[in-house]
Design a protein around this ligand. Sequence first.
Ligand code: FE2
Ligand code: FE2
Length: 149
Amino acid sequence: MNKFCLDVKRFLYTLFYLFKEPSYNLVLEELNPKEKVLFYSMPKEDRIHSFLLLKEYRPEVSDENLVYIQKRVIIFHDIGKKFERPSLIKRILRSLSFSIFKKDDSYFKHAAIGSNVLKLEGFVDEVVDIVRRHHTKSADVMFLKKLEG
Ligand SMILES: [Fe+2]
Ligand SMILES: [Fe+2]
């Protein structure tokens, strides 16, 4: 699916779930009680975003530990946005950035902020590091890039 179709599909799903929030069972069954609290501390739009990505995740590795790490990255990579809490309009404009708007530097700060949050919460170093670099072109971030389109 090309990027435009992926963006439109994601936008429609997100819009639907904003009115009828999903049960998140897929996400919750991956998390321990402390991680669940952290998950619900994220804005609804980001919970939905994580849920939709995890739904489409098909591990390309057999290493169980790496799958564990990648799932946490998928679920928590945008947790740094919880302090900014961008409005729905701002999110929509950003999601349209593929053609019209550019994401500014402040947008990318959520990666550093999020990784600090996860470090304080005691997440393993691999999760913390990948979240910090989740808007770079590092090889170990590609699984997320593929999902995000
Ligand atoms: Fe991000
Ligand atoms: Fe994201």
